[in-house]
Write a protein that binds this ligand. Structure first.
Ligand code: ZN
Length: 339
């Protein structure tokens, strides 16, 4: 309500007390809204389910563009102005490959929160979303059909990583989230360093061109291609608990979308593709698609290709088994010694 002060705060506040605010309030709905605004290039923030100033500004920009009352509230009219991106509501249909819309974006956000990863929450139900739905169904012990119906949505909303922060399950590692160092060498430019008009969203680790890059922990590759926005040759790995790790400027990529990796799996080589002034690895960690400082999460261990002596356990089968008794998430979870 603070944001509508200019057009008669008292009357509007009173109205808001009488008429409940429209439905866009839960993190899942805010995420679907952010995804829709992002698709219309009205929102440049992250799809994180948090209704902050950027989200509010995106709503107002849409309202201005469509000649609606500019109140920063995503009511029914504003939802309609989003076109297909504003409908249908989550749970109103069984979503399947090829579908698009508000509910798909909400589903993708739920999958991210569950640590299953669907790439970007863009409202388009493509192969990555389908694979993520199937992983989530397998993890929840429900029928694995790749269709997102009521049961799947319910399990995503209520299960670990649903509406609440994912918490380690009993029997799993109990320690903090940690990542292996993808390459040797000290960190150069830190997280948050000022750049031209923005701040650095990762850390830069200078290394000679061609230095092998190892995955920072257990996960699934969800992006492995050239990225025109500055990352150059980029690999993104989805980990559990809503984390992704990003490896940019590679000279070449040695991973493929859908590949299951463990800490140390070779995923590419240091280079300077994209916006880079010299060979280095730009390493980024995101939590629910929001970049965070990876430095405090990095172990001293470099993700050398120790992975050859390890293998990825069957789904669920090796949870909680840590190499060398280490007790952290992502860096060492779900690793099983060769039989
Ligand atoms: Zn960088």
């Amino acid at each position: 309500m603070r944001l509508v002060r200019r057009i008669g705060a008292s009357a509007l506040v009173l109205a808001a007390l009488v008429v409940p605010a429209p439905a866009v309030a839960s993190p899942v709905e805010v995420a679907a809204l952010q995804s829709a605004l992002q698709g219309l290039r009205l929102y440049s923030g992250f799809v994180d389910g948090i209704k902050g100033p950027l989200t509010q500004e995106g709503i107002r920009a849409l309202q201005r563009r469509r000649g609606l009352a500019v109140d920063g509230i995503a009511g029914p009219e504003t939802r309609r102005a989003l076109g297909w991106r504003g409908r249908p509501g989550l749970g109103s249909r069984v979503m399947r490959s090829g579908d698009r819309g508000w509910d798909v974006a909400a589903l993708q956000f739920l999958l991210q929160r569950a640590g299953q990863g669907a790439g970007r929450a863009d409202g388009l139900f493509g192969p990555l979303t389908q694979a993520a739905v199937m992983r989530a169904q397998e993890a929840a012990g429900i029928g694995v059909d790749g269709l997102a119906g009521p049961e799947t949505i319910r399990s995503l909303r209520s299960g670990a990583g649903g509406e609440t922060e994912a918490v380690p399950t009993a029997g799993g590692p109990t320690g903090p989230v940690r990542f292996l160092r993808p390459v040797p060498g000290p960190i150069g430019d830190p997280f948050g360093a000022p750049r031209n008009g923005y701040t650095h969203t990762g850390v830069d680790i200078p290394d000679p061109e061609g230095t092998p890059i190892g995955a920072a922990g257990v996960g699934t590759v969800i992006y492995a291609a050239y990225n025109g926005a500055g990352y150059g040759n980029l690999v993104v790995i989805q980990h559990r608990l809503g984390y992704t790790s990003w490896y940019a400027h590679m000279s070449s990529i040695a991973a493929y979308v859908g590949e299951e990796v463990v800490g140390g799996t070779l995923i590419g080589y240091v280079g300077q593709t994209g916006d880079a002034t010299g060979p280095h690895l730009h390493f980024e960690v995101r939590h629910y698609d929001t970049p965070i400082d990876p430095a405090p999460l990095l172990l001293a261990t470099v993700a050398a290709r120790a992975a050859t002596a390890m293998r990825h356990g069957p789904a669920g089968g090796c949870d909680g088994q840590n190499r060398g008794g280490r007790d952290d998430w992502i860096a060492h979870e779900r690793l099983c010694a060769e039989p």
